[in-house]
Design a protein around this ligand. Structure first.
Ligand code: 5GP
Length: 170
């Protein structure tokens, strides 16, 4: 299925010069939403996954469904100050700003096989920081998957040591 018709360009969001890929038209369409979930799940067929990590905040839309279908646990990586328990953190650069990402220190056990999911791979700074958090806890990143990759931002280079799967490339 071609998901491109369900992705909308928003110019100058969240700041001037950025063309933001808006996934809400895909999410609100029952057929496209279901097919996108199935396609993401297809990327991990026959893979043993212990934890699915969803990235704050649009990574939380599909990651719990993937975890449930894969028989894995669901883990959140969040922007700083949002998680209630003990955390470890990792700084990251964004296409539009900088920040810190955090994960609960007990979210992943050493040796666990981890799928990282987010909506968009842009510069790769976010996904790279998430993979570092997983590895700091002793987890093994077995795949990073995304709805969209903005290839002109070269994010794939930042996560080249990991398997990457995407539904749509721009
Ligand atoms: P990166 O760290 O790869 O530069 O940025 C990826 C993160 O920023 C993801 O968490 C993603 O949600 C968000 N992001 C960056 N650009 C876009 C965009 O054009 N559309 C959407 N939906 N999210 C974006």
């Amino acid at each position: 299925m071609d998901f491109a018709p369900y992705i909308r360009d928003i110019e100058d969001f969240p700041k001037p010069g950025v063309v933001f890929k808006d996934i809400t038209p895909l999410l609100k369409n029952p057929f496209a939403f279901q097919k996108a979930g199935e396609a993401l799940l297809g990327f991990t067929s026959n893979m043993k996954i212990d934890k699915v990590v969803g990235v704050d905040s649009r990574g939380f839309i599909f990651a719990p469904m993937l975890a449930e279908k894969l028989g894995a646990g669901f883990v959140t990586v969040r922007k700083s100050g949002k998680l209630p328990y003990k955390t470890i953190s990792e700084p990251y650069d964004l296409e539009y700003g900088t920040g810190t990402l955090e994960i609960h220190s007990d979210a992943i056990e050493a040796g666990e096989r981890v799928l990282v999911h987010d909506d968009v791979l842009a510069t790769g700074g976010t996904a790279r920081a998430v993979c570092k958090l997983v590895e700091k806890l002793g987890g093994e990143v077995v795949q990073c998957n995304f709805l969209i990759e903005l290839t002109f931002l070269n994010g794939a280079e930042k996560i080249k040591e990991y398997q990457k799967e995407v539904l749509l490339q721009y």
